[in-house]
Design a protein around this ligand. Structure first.
Ligand SMILES: Cc1cc2nc3c(=O)[nH]c(=O)nc-3n(C[C@H](O)[C@H](O)[C@H](O)COP(=O)(O)O)c2cc1C
Length: 460
């Protein structure tokens, strides 16, 4: 069962009121009400950078990328990491909300998502020392002077401390107290613009080794002032940011925070730290913790979070139970039956699907499918999707191999060798080999079967 948050200063309607308020067990197709907003089902599309914006502005690429998920029936669609400052972009192709001109193109997208029954959400963040990087199909490394030849100009990065992300990456500037004030204001302003663009949920990105995570982790934060040292000090800036966002975001609408629940590195941020952080976020009125992991970089010899089906669900479950706050699970959740089991078992409140949307016939994954990486002409006459005929293939190979591993695990399940959620075996195979739209449609039919089981009196 979801515990109702009971922090002071919030109206009754602000609390998580999941479908278990009714007599039926919530499942993947139950609506989830948070504050005054109802998400029609538990399937969220995870934020996915498209590296295809020009000066932070959304364009037709973003519209097409996001609109298809609404047509597929996703309950909530989270727009990619959107930079609150120009220098906070991961790559020159990131979306941004540092300028009012960036509002209107996003509004076109939110209007469409709402009109087709999905809740539009946006993730805002700052990349810190991971900023100024190449688009994946250009190598994913730090931008260099050579990248100027096609218009991607490197810039100075900032972080908690003078520590490079990894060998070969530039040493960032250390954020000074005055920079920190400005940064908090930038998050606040970006949230106000996100609201003007029509978003109904905002997510603060404090995961994956980006700026707020760089402050949280003792591996990247070696400051000696009030923003470094103890856990309390390391959480200070992220909490000031989330507080500022919560303050300006409408009380009737939810604020989420994405965390890396663990660094997966020796001496790094731990699950225990995540519980303390989640408690503090909950006390501020944050409504849900989106539980990812890793991303801080570091030496390859250090331990990384091992990948397996639903490998991060454990974190969502622990945070949900430990901090009595709603959570979203993400990571190798590959079909509706697996996702449903997570909800039914009370391990998370929402399921986010990212690259695991399988063979959806568009997006960068398909561009990497050996079919070539076609440049997308921009209205400025430049290519926002540069790359040669196999550029996409190279940069998305890791995702394809992860998918292959997931398929192998699925085969193990189908042959009865693995301990994964039970369900109709043909259904598993069917969903795994289709795109998100098909999966959603299939999931809906599965859902009607769940509903029949839950409410025999109302179903023939
Ligand atoms: C192309 C791509 C872009 C991504 N961009 C973001 C992002 O902007 N913000 C973020 O928090 N995570 C990002 N992620 C991570 C996803 O949101 C998700 O957590 C991850 O892909 C794991 O889910 P999956 O196994 O369903 O793919 C990205 C992943 C991919 C594949």
């Amino acid at each position: 069962m979801i515990r109702n948050a009971n922090h002071s200063g919030l109206t009754e309607s602000s609390h998580v009121e999941a479908a278990e308020a009714t007599s039926t067990q919530p499942n993947l197709f139950s609506p989830l009400s948070i504050r005054n907003l109802t998400i029609p089902n538990r399937i969220a599309i995870s934020p996915m950078c498209q590296y295809s914006a020009i000066e932070g502005e959304a364009n037709d690429w973003h519209f097409a990328h996001l609109a298809k998920f609404a047509l597929g029936g996703a309950g909530m669609i989270i727009v990619e990491a959107t930079a609150v400052e120009r220098d906070g972009r991961i790559s020159p192709g990131d979306l941004g909300l540092w300028h009012d001109d960036q509002i209107e193109p996003l509004r076109r997208i939110t209007d469409f998502l709402k009109a087709h029954g999905s809740i539009p959400a946006i993730q805002i963040g700052h990349a810190g020392r991971n900023a100024s990087s190449q688009r994946p199909w250009r190598g994913n490394g730090p931008l260099t002077e050579a990248d100027r030849s096609y218009g991607d100009v490197p810039w100075r990065t900032v972080s908690a401390s003078l520590l490079a992300m990894a060998p070969g990456w530039p040493v960032p500037c250390e954020l000074q107290a005055s920079d920190i004030e400005r940064l908090i204001q930038s998050f606040r302003d970006a949230a106000i613009r996100a609201m003007a663009a029509g978003f109904q949920i905002i997510e603060v990105h404090a995961a994956h080794g980006y700026l707020l995570h760089q402050f949280l982790s003792p591996l990247s934060n070696q400051r000696r002032d009030r923003f470094g040292g103890s856990l309390e000090n390391r959480m200070r800036l992220p909490l000031l940011v989330t507080h500022a966002v919560r303050e300006v975001w409408p009380r009737e609408l939810p604020v989420f925070v994405r965390i890396s629940a663990v660094d997966g590195l020796d001496g790094g941020w731990s699950l225990e730290d995540s519980l303390v952080f989640s408690d503090a976020l909950k006390a501020q009125g944050i409504d849900l913790i989106d539980c990812s992991s890793g991303g801080l970089g570091g030496a390859a010899t250090l331990q990384r979070v091992p990948r397996a089906l639903g490998f991060q669900v454990f974190f969502a479950e622990q945070v949900r139970k430990g901090s009595s706050i709603a959570t979203m699970a993400v990571g190798l959740i590959i079909d509706a039956l697996q996702a449903n089991a997570i909800i039914v078992d009370g391990r998370a409140d929402l399921i986010a699907i990212g690259a695991r949307r399988s063979k959806i016939p568009s997006g960068h994954c398909m561009r990497g499918n050996g079919s070539g990486c076609r440049p997308q002409a921009s209205r400025h006459g430049r290519n926002s999707m540069a790359g040669g005929s196999n550029g996409g293939r190279a940069c998305w190979m890791p995702y394809w191999s992860m998918r292959t591993r997931a398929r192998n695990q699925k085969q193990a399940f189908l042959s009865g060798a693995a301990n994964v959620p039970t369900g109709k075996r043909r259904g598993h195979r069917h969903v795994a080999n289709r795109g998100t739209g098909d999966a959603m449609r299939f999931a809906r039919s599965v859902g009607s079967r769940f509903r029949q089981a839950a409410c025999p009196q109302t179903q023939p």
